[in-house]
Write a protein that binds this ligand. Structure first.
Ligand code: GDP
Length: 297
């Protein structure tokens, strides 16, 4: 049996606030960006970051309830959401702090699916004064849950991240890249712009989103700290247009305005964003439109 030539899958990073989830995400992705997007076909997660190597693609997804931004504890209503979110990823990274096991960690542990691959990622090992203390700590954790792997790291110092990445890849299913590799250089501003806009379209249209809605960036100009972006939201039928535009253009205005604000925060630049809604019948035959929807032509 030969090794599959490529592996690809979804990875969720969970843990109580302050254990280093964002730091780890950034360290793995290699840039201080979080891609916010949602791909209809494959996952209901938002994409946090994508790591593509010669042999694999790791798609890091956001798990509701674990965002650092909302420092709130997991409450009961959240638990169901978390369980569902974790049910369809390939690997769960449960992040804790070296030498510290808190009641909140135990609460997160209780939510972890037994039938998924769960790694215990022990972060901040650089903080340990007595390295020998790590062994009994690991032994105690191993008794609590059938972790597939236990990996000590320092997300901040970049320690052992190669090992973590290699190990994650071993557990991903064989398959083609989920995102076309050329499209997802995480520094590709144009790509981020379309992802951000698409995310707003999804958010504001929700269930009303007509099938076949796509986002395309027509033109992208960079001028010092100003970005001029011309984008189109493409719908399949004339009748879909008013749904996207909303009453007196209110909905489209909000979609564009929120996408612009997010982009400005992300890029640290002023953004001029011009969004049009266009009807394109037969878009499904257009490979570019298909790609922008996240579908393979
Ligand atoms: P999150 O709430 O789980 O996303 O945690 P953050 O990534 O925001 O990190 C919380 C704090 O821990 C920040 O001050 C980080 O700088 C710090 N931190 C993260 N990783 C490490 C690490 O490997 N070593 C040390 N010493 N500090 C870390």
């Amino acid at each position: 049996m030969s090794e599959p030539s490529f592996r690809a899958g979804f990875v969720a990073i969970v843990g109580r606030p302050n254990v280093g989830k964002s730091t780890l995400t950034n360290a793995l992705v290699g840039a201080k960006v979080s891609i916010v997007s949602r791909k209809q076909q494959t996952t209901r997660h938002r994409i946090h970051g994508i790591v593509t190597t010669d042999e694999a693609q790791i798609v890091l997804v956001d798990t509701p309830g674990f965002q650092t931004r909302h420092k709130r504890l997991l409450n009961r209503a959240m638990n169901q959401v978390v369980r569902q979110a974790l049910a369809d990823v390939d690997v769960v990274l449960f992040v804790i702090e070296a030498g510290r096991w808190m009641p909140e960690d135990a609460r997160v542990l209780a939510l972890l699916p037994q039938d998924r691959t769960v790694f215990l990622v022990i972060n901040k090992v650089d903080r340990l004064k007595d390295k020998a203390a790590l062994l009994p700590f690991i032994a105690a954790r191993a008794k609590e849950f059938p972790y597939a792997e236990i990996i000590p790291i320092s997300a901040e110092r970049g320690r052992n991240l190669d090992d973590l990445q290699r190990t994650i890849i071993r557990y991903l299913p064989p398959g083609e890249p989920i995102y076309p590799p050329d499209q997802i250089t995480d520094r590709n501003e144009r790509f981020l712009a379309s992802e951000y806009l698409r995310e707003k379209v999804f958010r504001f249209l929700g269930d009303e989103l007509p099938f076949g809605t796509a986002v395309e960036i027509r033109q992208y100009e960079e001028e010092g700290d100003l970005r001029r972006i011309w984008a189109e939201i493409i719908v399949e039928r004339e009748a879909h247009k008013p749904i996207v535009i909303g009453e007196r253009g209110e909905r489209l205005k909000r979609i564009a305005s929120e996408a612009r604000q997010d982009l400005e925060a992300l890029l640290g630049a002023r953004v001029y964003l011009d969004v049009w809604v266009k009807v394109r019948s037969g878009w499904a035959d257009d490979p570019r439109a298909l790609r922008s929807l996240g579908l393979e032509p």
